[in-house]
Design a protein around this ligand. Sequence first.
Ligand code: NBP
Length: 469
Amino acid sequence: MKADIGVVGMAVMGQNLALNIESKGYTVAVYNRTRERTEELARGPAQGKRVVPAYSLPAFIASLSRPRKVLVMVKAGAGTDAVLAELFPLLEEGDLLMDGGNAHFADTERRLAEAERRGLRYLGVGISGGEYGALHGPAIMPGGHREGYALVEEILLRTAAQGPEGPCCTFLGPGSAGHYVKMVHNGIEYAIMQAIAECYDLMKRGLSMTPEAMAEVFSDWNQGELSGYILEITEKILRYVDRETGRPLVEFILDTAQQKGTGKWSTQAALDEGACAPTIAAAVFARIASALKEERQAAADVLPGPRAAFNGEREVVLKELFGALYLTVVSAYAQGMRQLRQASAERGYTLSLPEVARVWMDGCIIRSRLLFPIRKALAANADLPLLFMAEPFISRWTEHHEALRNVVTRAHQAGIPVPAMSSSLDFVDAYRTARLPANVLQAQRDFFGAHTYQRVDRDGTFHTEWEML
Ligand code: NBP
């Protein structure tokens, strides 16, 4: 019997997706460059299942029913190009190639054009959920050839997480729409992770709280409207005790984080498109700063600062901290959705933002209860410029902005960096400021570069010989 679909790449993601797809009643062919991985899978978790191992790409292709459907789950970049170069000549007109890795959207455009030239259908598929999600139901973000999607729609819908408002998968749009949405998903992920890490720092250094006490606070917050996967795992991380020392493991982890791939690309793309995404960018730069470990250690002895402790009652500060985290997380989603709206208009993705919110409701890393009101707000107004301009976010801003200001002020007075929180505050404060000081920027530009400026009191373009004044 021929396989319904094939998966290339039997590392963590590929293996688990193959097993997930099989568990939904499909026969899955599997292949990996290094034979041992496939053998391990065949002997282990795939034993007795409708998983067909292949040990060469031609044998793998021969085991697939027509039109062939191939999901590539290998390392993004050169790994994907190497696999595609081998696959292209083995496939026939009408076959479907899907790249489920974290490809850069520009690479997806290039590969899609190559597939098109060869008469193949192509999908760039963003997949989020890590190892667990791959096996039990990830969020799946496909984009590319709609006819290609039709060939695998049933398989993808059944493989995806079954969310509260339907399967967490939908065809997002043409070209690189799927990988673009996944990239921005990861940008938002960076920002939420950073905002929660800032809460940890403020509770630790500002309030001298233990990880166990912080876990209680996060557990409490995770019951309400901010409830979400990253908050949930942070609580578990804070409770985890290192067997060797008997102390919380988190305190022994080196404080340097990497920034690469999709999180960084999200900010690069925002800059290219002129999309305002400072909270997401701040999270990327916070990771870059964290990597300067040796320099930071040297500077800690040279550059003085205040005592990193808060004045004020713990309960009051914690209440403010909740408000600050809430608005920072909403800023991240708001900036991400706005970037998607801009990219969709510029790149012709025809994205439905309420559908993006729905797909993110389960299976993925940024799943959160907040996505319910986010989806509702986006569905109620297709032209919504920013989430903060719709309920319930207008009310929540009104309710919490004082708290965010207090937390940022306390943090700055105590010398504790809060880049995600302070950039969120600046972002919304700038957005709600009718007249910004960009008039001075324009005057400066006109002064040194004769760039001209416009006036608020009359039409036209003006230049001034400023030195003549
Ligand atoms: P990795 O990203 O670690 O890639 C390992 C796989 O790529 C192995 O199967 C390896 O084969 C294969 N590979 C490489 Br490396 N170079 C290759 C080449 N030149 N030709 C053929 N195969 C090659 O695996 P992963 O963590 O399972 O992720 C797979 C994809 O899914 C990536 O694009 C990743 O960004 C994306 N993703 C990962 C996660 C996650 O949580 N891990 C989540 C969402 C998306 P080998 O066994 O022969 O070395």
